[in-house]
Design a protein around this ligand. Structure first.
Ligand code: ADP
Ligand code: MG
Length: 685
């Protein structure tokens, strides 16, 4: 069996199960093997009920006393019962798990393993303990058990079983050249996959992880570097010179550009008029005002007789850009004639857009990946801009630029990648920094709290809403999964509907919704038809609703600080005082300390650095910096040294064999071809 094969090739995985796996982005066996555990659990020996301590996870051997009591509270079904051993009794509770009363039989002993809490009445409870048959626990005791992210309908055990089978039947060829393996003393690819999924020891996990992170960075950089040569110093065939229009726009804007914006604008202008084609990355914190630089560049390009295109990672963001540019064009009488091109347009609308673009009737094209569809023909493309660059693969950026001849490329990102890393990652780009926020901003007021604070937070939100403002609430998950103690958008919205008066409009937004539905919701939020938007991190990227003044983030401990900072950037975008409430699902001191960094600083770069210091390289499966460059395992901050090694290894490999045509690199070449998309395509929303 090959890694590219569909997982339905595995025994026990039929169409129905495959559909569930698809929800986890697992389609091929390769996807399955790179679906790494998010954590490991060590199943410890049982303790006596008498010795249980609060806020810790324990295993106990006990049997049921009496029967389960079932209670309904709002949309929650709570089943609770008492269990006992020779030393004492403890309550167990389950939420929305009605079948539990059938699983646990009276009179039999089981191992119950879960978190011990003291409830409001001072009673000790074990929450949602996992139940093991004695023999099963016996077998697993002392071992490391991988813990996977799950979705409804797929258990941890099911993933474990599938992975185990895949590791047995799939041939896993080593693709790294001998020399690199030896230099870094890496374990083989096969061993690394076995060790990360089925480890005996933590040390083994660490070794495997090193190898697999290297893989990710190495393949990514190989793809970047492969294209770099094309980008270097292309003579500028589309010279653009400053026109009166951009100067006029600057005079008419209701604000003055910051010094940093002005400097970056000068750099962009110089590039466009220079002897070489522009290839520039603009890095600027959320709210630093990158969009206006893009608009100026588009305007310059239009007034020089070219078309300009701007690609955004989500429909919502593309639409927002379209609308704000349309608005500016009207308000300031700019010679810009924009069109929006996204996947959710009807076939007819798309055809019309293509025709408008091809005929040159429109000169600014805004959209999503739809911009790089084969059918789109740009007769005079001079400039392409990608917003929130980190969401795109290099290949997509290239594909857009390839729509014209030696097109100028501008990429914009709020991801605070330290400069040294940026040069490793995008070695082929010049970098401009917008390192200053507009002066009219009120710094956001932050607080880091635990879930007890919710009631107060809701009261505060209601006050802001009454004053005419809007609110975001972010939850990590879309729907109820098997991940315990993690809020999900659907149930959360349901539960707060019961708390707020019905006059307050509450809506949800998440990545599993259809693009057209997402657009509708964002538009309604924009138009203030929605007061509270309960959302996943879909809203992280670039959304601009200045009337929103409160951001509440549930389970903040589950996000990377850089990502929390991005989320916070959705408020404080107007002149009104804004607030960000980070709700932590636990009171753990280290967690609070980490979140408090956000309390102290509003500077994305500083936050990224502090986060890295605090977490340290030991924190292997801590928090994913998702939203930044998305690797399965690798973290560009914590794994900076592996990134550097991978970069050097790629450099030296390409120096000796630029085309990967030497026989010893044949497997690597094949691997790159076969896995191109997976490796370079970043997960978009
Ligand atoms: P980002 O860099 O996160 O993409 P935007 O470009 O969306 O930020 O800008 C955020 C908000 O700040 C917008 O409403 C924009 O009009 C405004 N803005 C941009 N530059 C300035 C400035 N120099 N002074 C005041 N407001 C500005
Ligand atoms: Mg932006």
């Amino acid at each position: 069996m090959k890694q590219q094969d569909n997982i339905q090739q595995l025994k026990g995985i039929g169409e129905k199960t495959a559909k569930l796996f698809h929800k986890l982005n697992i389609d091929s066996i390769h996807d399955l093997l790179t679906y790494y555990p998010r954590d490991y659990e060590q199943l410890d020996a049982e303790v006596d009920i008498r010795d249980l301590q609060e806020n810790k996870i324990f295993a106990i051997k006990a049997c049921l006393v009496g029967t389960f009591q079932v209670k309904k509270v709002r949309n929650l079904v709570i089943s609770s019962a008492f269990i006992q051993d020779g030393s004492g009794k403890i309550q167990i509770t389950y939420f929305n798990t009605p079948y539990i009363s059938k699983t646990v039989e009276r009179g039999s002993y089981y191992i119950f393993r879960g978190l011990v809490k003291i409830n409001k009445n001072g009673v000790r409870v074990m929450e949602q303990p996992k139940v093991y048959a004695l023999s099963e626990y016996e077998e697993k005791r002392g071992t490391l058990q991988p813990v996977y992210m799950l979705t409804k309908g797929i258990s941890n055990h099911a993933i474990q079983k599938a992975v185990k089978q895949a590791l047995e039947v799939v041939s896993i060829d080593e693709f790294l050249p001998e020399e690199i393996l030896a230099k870094f003393q890496f374990m083989s690819l096969h061993d690394a996959l076995v060790s990360i999924h089925l480890p005996f020891h933590y040390d083994e996990v660490l070794e495997a992880r090193k190898r697999l992170v290297f893989n990710e960075f190495f393949l990514f950089m190989l793809a970047v570097r492969g294209q770099k040569t094309q980008n270097e110093a292309v003579p500028n065939e589309n010279q653009m010179l400053e026109t009166a229009e951009t100067i006029r726009l600057l005079e008419r804007l209701p604000y003055k550009l910051t010094k940093a914006q002005l400097r970056v604008w000068e750099e962009v202008k110089a590039d466009l008029g220079s002897a070489y084609t522009m290839n520039r990355l603009i890095q600027g914190d959320v709210g630093s005002g990158k969009t206006i630089i893009a608009v100026l560049a588009l305007l310059l390009s239009v007034t020089n007789g070219y078309q300009g295109a701007m690609m955004a990672p989500t429909e919502v963001l593309a639409k927002q850009h379209y609308e704000s540019i349309l608005e500016m064009a009207k308000q300031f009488q700019l010679p810009i004639c924009p069109v929006l091109l996204t996947g959710s347009l009807t076939a007819k609308e798309k055809r019309e857009a293509y025709q408008q673009i091809e005929s040159g009737n429109v000169n600014v094209i805004l959209g999503t990946h739809a911009l790089i569809q084969e059918k789109v023909v740009y007769p005079k493309l001079g400039l392409v801009i990608t917003d929130e660059q980190h969401r795109f693969g290099v290949r997509q950026r290239e594909a857009l630029a390839g729509k014209g001849d030696s097109v100028h490329v501008l990429v914009m990102s709020a991801t605070p990648i330290p400069r040294t890393l940026a040069i490793i990652l995008y070695g082929d780009l010049h970098i401009s920094l917008i390192d200053e926020l507009p002066a009219n901003r009120n710094p956001i007021k932050n607080c880091v709290v635990n879930t007890n604070y919710r009631k107060k937070a809701y009261e505060f939100m209601q006050k802001e809403i009454t004053a005419g403002r809007q609110v975001y609430v972010v939850c990590p998950m879309v729907e109820e999964g098997e991940l315990e103690h993690v809020e999900n958008v659907i149930d959360y919205a349901e539960s707060i509907r019961a708390i707020f008066p019905p006059t307050i409009e509450i809506a949800i937004l998440h990545g599993k919704m259809k693009p057209s539905e997402k657009n509708r919701i964002m538009e309604a939020f924009h138009n203030h038809n929605i007061d509270i938007l309960v959302s996943t991190t879909v809203i992280e990227v670039g959304i601009n609703v200045p009337n929103a003044t409160v951001m509440m983030i549930e389970n903040a401990e589950r996000f990377g600080l850089a990502q929390l900072h991005q989320l916070r950037g959705r408020v404080g975008r107007g002149d009104k005082q804004s607030y960000c409430i980070f709700v932590s699902g636990n009171d753990n001191k280290a967690t609070m300390e980490r979140l408090n960094i956000l309390n102290k600083s509003n500077d994305g770069f500083q936050i990224a650095e502090e986060d890295m210091k605090l977490r340290g390289p030991g924190d292997i499966f801590g928090i994913r910096q998702s939203g930044a460059l998305e690797f399965h395992l690798g973290d560009i901050y914590n794994d900076a040294s592996i990134l550097k090694n991978a970069s050097e290894a790629v450099e030296s490999l390409l120096k000796s064999d630029a085309e990967l045509s030497h026989p010893e690199n044949a497997i690597l070449k094949r691997y790159c071809m076969e896995n191109q998309e997976q490796q370079v395509d970043f997960r978009s929303i």
